[in-house]
Design a protein around this ligand. Sequence first.
Ligand SMILES: Cc1cc2nc3c(=O)[nH]c(=O)nc-3n(C[C@H](O)[C@H](O)[C@H](O)COP(=O)(O)O)c2cc1C
Length: 197
Amino acid sequence: MSKPKITVIFYSTYGTNHAVATIAAEAAEAAGAEVRLRRVKETAPAEVVAGQDAWKATAERVSDIPEVSHDDMEWADGYFFSTPTRYGSATSQMRAFIDTLGGLWMKGAMANKTVTATTSAQNVHGGQEATILGLYTTFMHWGTIIVAPGYTDPVLFEAGGNPYGFSMQPGKPDETQTKAIQHQAKRLVEVTAKLNG
Ligand SMILES: Cc1cc2nc3c(=O)[nH]c(=O)nc-3n(C[C@H](O)[C@H](O)[C@H](O)COP(=O)(O)O)c2cc1C
């Protein structure tokens, strides 16, 4: 049986979702997947990014990670998305990438593959669930099979109890949060492997 192929796709302004995506990529690899870690292209003007030290620092930190391409979408058997919350939705950078995928959607390139998503938001009730559910609406249009974590491991209760996908307030994931991200990534790999037969 070939290894499930997972593309981990993230956008991050201040580093949180970069950290989440990195943990997910490592966990997916540890679970037996071939993994591509990919960042979404920055669409904010360069002077806006340069005008905020924390944003500029993240941009520099992730600059070695390849930008996600259509080939990364076609190559993968499953996707792990991580995006900050913006006004209760995914970032415009993430949506801009998703909006380039019409051609792939029309030919069913994402159909019958697996997907899961995570987010961060400043406030616990600032739109964490809404952001993930908004992404899942898009994934249903693609015919992609959503692999939500549900409550399939006790660590999910400890990490905030979001059954749709891991979510957190900005910062570095702590030990419990790391375990929840690892569980979600591992589950994605396991379900993908089952579907691949
Ligand atoms: C334009 C903008 C809109 C935001 N909207 C929300 C929001 O609706 N709810 C919330 O709790 N946090 C909101 N935030 C905070 C971000 O979610 C937070 O900066 C992000 O989760 C950090 O992720 P990152 O470190 O990966 O960039 C917003 C931030 C910005 C800049």
